[in-house]
Design a binder for this molecule. Structure first.
Ligand code: SF4
Length: 355
């Protein structure tokens, strides 16, 4: 290693203290708020996560408030952030902290890691920011900074590569201020050593950085694994009844577990006819057909069409409708829903004034 540990951490922390973005969770060492921000910010940009953090912190000022909230309310608050398993885990973790630790997050890496929804990264972040534990964090930003600084070519998509990155970080992290070191590493990657056009000219490490010296900024870090994207076409049936519109809560092991949407018929292309034929259904009147709605998830591209239908006979639909309930407009607004469904209702359906 060419960079001296003390000089590195001193410069990094100094840079961080002068350049950090002012964010509410950086003004506290309360593990509850730090944990809340970390869960919200997983796979989410700061600008997108900030209003959610503020809403959650306001509505649930203590872990007890969050633990006692109904799950459906927590999901509703989470609506639009995606990755809904995070919201369910957030709620379950709050309950666990209340029940097992009397509402106090444990100041121990392994105990933190054993809590619902808390992995290695989050346990390190809470441990170092709230309790001063010398546990390095390794997220996408930190991978990039370390790979470039030290010229590490290991594929960061390969879990085995973590070891070499942790070895470097273990040598760099100072016992005296691990929290600001970790925050500094992440902030440096997020705002200075960015994926495209890193600011090498005014970089505090420009003379030592291997990527800068060898002009490999665009090659590092190495990430080989490609995510396979599945394309799906959804025909949503918006079934009207006198009581409102039928909606169902999605079941376990589903990306949208706990959220409400409509009866869904998946097909190769948009086609109410073929979807209905598949279900041997004919007795309905089509009242409206939406424009296609696109929804992008990490591993899926969803194209959805919403077909508003009125039934003349509910009999053949019973199997599809199952134990679904009809909801009025106000109830529909308050149910937790996938963003895709929420957008459709607000942008299109309610303006039809069918219920
Ligand atoms: S010199 Fe450039 S590539 Fe190296 S750490 Fe600084 S910003 Fe990143």
């Amino acid at each position: 290693m060419r960079i001296d540990q003390k000089s590195f951490s001193k410069r990094l922390i100094n840079w961080y203290l002068h350049n950090k973005r002012e964010l509410p969770w950086r003004e506290t060492t309360d593990p509850y708020f730090i944990w809340l921000s970390e869960i919200i910010l997983q796979q989410t940009r700061v600008e997108q996560g900030l209003p959610y953090y503020l809403n959650f912190a306001d509505k649930y000022p203590t872990v007890f408030d969050l633990a006692n909230a109904p799950e459906v309310e927590v999901l509703r608050m989470w609506q639009g952030l995606g990755y809904y398993s995070r919201a369910r885990n957030l709620h379950a973790c709050a309950k666990q902290v209340v029940e097992e630790y009397n509402g106090k997050f444990p100041a121990d890496f392994n105990k933190l890691k054993s809590l619902k929804g808390i992995g290695e990264y989050t346990a390190s972040a809470i441990g170092s920011f709230a309790f001063g534990l010398p546990t390095p964090v390794l997220d996408g930003n930190v991978f990039r900074v370390i790979a470039r600084l030290f010229g590490i070519n290991d594929d960061i998509a390969n879990p085995k590569s973590k070891k070499s990155f942790y070895e470097v970080l273990d040598q760099l992290i100072p016992e005296s201020d691990p929290g600001n070191f970790n925050q500094g590493m992440m902030e440096f990657g997020a705002t200075h050593c960015t994926p495209k056009n890193p600011n090498c000219e005014s970089c505090i490490f420009s003379t030592e950085c291997i990527a800068n010296q060898t002009n490999q900024q665009n090659q590092l870090p190495v990430k080989l694994k490609k995510v396979k994207v599945r394309k799906r076409t959804f025909n949503y049936l918006v079934v009207l009844s006198e009581q409102g519109v039928y909606m169902k809560q999605r079941g376990p092991k589903d990306i949208w577990e706990g959220l409400f949407d409509f009866p869904l018929l998946e097909s190769e292309t948009f086609s109410l006819e073929s979807a209905l034929k598949k279900e041997q259904l004919t007795n309905l009147v089509l009242l409206d057909q939406s424009e296609p709605y696109k929804h992008i998830l990490t591993h899926q591209r969803i194209n959805a069409m919403f077909w508003v239908v009125q039934l003349s006979d509910f009999g053949p639909f019973e199997e599809i409708l199952g134990d679904m309930k009809a909801y009025n407009e106000n109830e529909m607004l308050n149910l937790p829903k996938p963003k895709l469904v929420d957008n459709y209702l607000k942008e299109h359906f309610f303006s039809l004034h069918l219920i």
